[in-house]
Design a protein around this ligand. Structure first.
Ligand SMILES: Cc1cc2nc3c(=O)[nH]c(=O)nc-3n(C[C@H](O)[C@H](O)[C@H](O)COP(=O)(O)OP(=O)(O)OC[C@H]3O[C@@H](n4cnc5c(N)ncnc54)[C@H](O)[C@@H]3O)c2cc1C
Length: 484
């Protein structure tokens, strides 16, 4: 290693993004040290054991498993030796309050279209047309925006992207696109939520968010054997085999700079000299360390309730959606008023009891609400209102239990994500879209000021979600390049 790279690479944070960056940088020849504030790797995707339950308190909808498998292949390994994925069928169960029976969306896209068409007859052909259009769009996105960081506007001047962009009217917002395609409340309720997964609203020009349901329908929804935490565990194993060093319970508190370079990471346990740094810590949070202005508005987050119920709750699928009457107002509160919707919010439920997540005869129930980021919105009283609202939604479907009489109750709010994971105001997607790259893309993986500082994770390209942050680690390593 030359003089300039003698200290090696320091990665701040062992979330899925940081783990991916560590592996990709190591494959380029870097000496890599990962410093992690908590005692385990995985960040939001790390699992937690409580009284015989295995909790996945973060991501639960696992799509695009080839993105993880490719990392193992790149390291010359067989991914099956590290983590195995089972395809879920149904993809999800939808309890639409206006219908008596739930609707199961089967794993096959054609069957899912048929299942939805039964209740929204006129929208079946529209859904089929949308999937066919996205069959053409998806490969173009995979080979461009998901293949490399976009740093200059002319990176977007790619004929493949231009063709993909023409598939949808660029003047229309996401909501207008969805409303023009689908007339039934059922299909609208299913589609309205997806822009929030990329930190956008349905009033954004967010046609790209249509790819999330597309990937679910066309490529399936998966569950890793051993729970979601098996993914970061597999990445840690590979990283260690490749020679990556981990320092747990070590918190980065600052970066020492010399001119236009970062010279060292300051931690609560002393300084670690670095030739280069990749931060898995939110780019906005790192910016604040340098005194950069904070975004005026943040994007979205989650409010979650996790219950160890001492009973089996019949009728839940692995993934279940509860869509209440008046869900339209819930979305208006979320997207337009930036309020926590209460009473008319869609509740996503995850029950992993049948896949080893709970002791026999008990239920591991995880309820997730999409909410605005912003710590001040979450007082004890407002969280209790949401808790009561979720319990009321469950009770209306016949799932009645006393959470205080369960094996555990665990609540996460945007305050949790701010304090435990370093996300600015608890936002999982970085700044609001108005402050993104050209109001369109997540921020880049390169620091604007310091030449040897790069970013991975949900606050930067290509975006949030486990598969995307895995790609973000690859992007950061690509920009870093091999040691000189
Ligand atoms: C409730 C919930 C549900 C979700 N559902 C899904 C889903 O269904 N599907 C999906 O794909 N995605 C989902 N996501 C999003 C997904 O979990 C995230 O996008 C992804 O896990 C973020 O990974 P990351 O690498 O950016 O960061 P993180 O997982 O936040 O990791 C950051 C790491 O940095 C460490 N750290 C923080 N500060 C410091 C410091 N100062 N020094 C050292 N270390 C530090 C943290 O301890 C943590 O380990 C969900 C997220 C949540 C919270």
């Amino acid at each position: 290693m030359s003089q300039s790279d003698r200290h090696g690479l320091v990665i701040i944070g062992a979330g899925q993004g940081g783990l991916s960056a560590a592996i990709h940088a190591r494959l380029l020849g870097w000496e890599v040290t990962v410093i992690e504030a908590s005692e385990q790797a995985g960040g939001k995707a790390a699992s937690i054991a409580i009284d015989g339950y295995r909790l996945d308190p973060g991501p639960s909808i696992i799509i695009l498993p080839d993105i993880y498998r490719d990392v193992f292949r790149r390291a010359g390994r067989d991914p099956e030796d590290y983590v195995k994925f089972d395809r879920l069928d149904p993809v999800t169960r939808v309890f639409f309050e206006r219908l008596h029976e739930p609707i199961d969306l089967p794993a096959s896209a054609d069957d899912a279209v048929e299942a939805l068409s039964k209740h929204a007859r006129s929208d079946g052909p529209a859904l089929q047309r949308l999937l066919s259009t996205l069959d053409r769009v998806a490969p173009a996105i995979e080979r461009t925006v998901l293949a490399r960081p976009i740093e200059k506007w002319w990176h977007l001047a790619d004929p493949r992207l231009a063709r993909a962009a023409m598939a949808f009217d660029p003047q229309l917002t996401y909501k207008e696109l969805v409303d023009n395609m689908f007339s039934s409340p059922l299909l609208r309720s299913f589609f309205y939520g997806f822009p929030s997964y990329s930190g956008q609203t349905y009033d954004s020009k967010a046609a790209g968010a249509l790819l999330i349901p597309y990937f679910m329908f066309r490529h399936g929804v998966w569950f890793p054997e051993g729970g979601v935490g098996a993914i970061p565990r597999a990445f840690v194993r590979l990283a260690r085999e490749l020679g990556v060093k981990f320092l747990f319970k070590t918190r980065a508190v600052g970066l020492r700079t010399e001119g236009t370079r970062v010279a060292a990471v300051e931690t609560d346990d002393g300084e670690i000299p670095a030739s280069a740094v990749v931060s898995n810590l939110d780019r906005v949070t790192v910016g604040a360390m340098f005194g950069r202005p904070l975004p005026k508005r943040t994007s979205f987050s989650y409010l979650t309730f996790h219950w160890g119920v001492r009973d089996t709750l019949e009728g839940l699928a692995h993934h279940t959606l509860l869509v209440p009457e008046g869900f339209e107002k819930g979305f208006e509160d979320l997207y337009r008023r930036r309020q926590v919707p209460v009473g008319n919010e869609i509740v996503y439920l995850n029950d992993t009891s049948a896949s080893g997540g709970a002791p026999v005869g008990k239920t591991n129930l995880f309820a997730v609400l999409t909410v605005p980021a912003g710590k001040t919105l979450y007082s004890d009283r407002s969280v209790e209102e949401s808790r009561q609202s979720v319990l009321a939604h469950l009770s209306r479907r016949g799932w009645k239990f006393d959470p205080l009489d369960g094996d555990f109750e665990r609540v996460q709010t945007p305050v949790t994500f701010a304090e435990s994971h370093g996300n600015h105001e608890g936002s999982l997607y970085g700044p609001d879209e108005t402050e993104r790259l050209w109001g369109l893309l997540p921020l880049t993986n390169r620091d604007p000021e310091f030449k040897n500082l790069f970013y991975c994770g949900g606050s930067v390209q290509p975006g949030a979600g486990l598969p995307m942050v895995t790609l973000s680690g690859q992007f950061a390593a690509k920009l870093l390049g091999p040691p000189r």
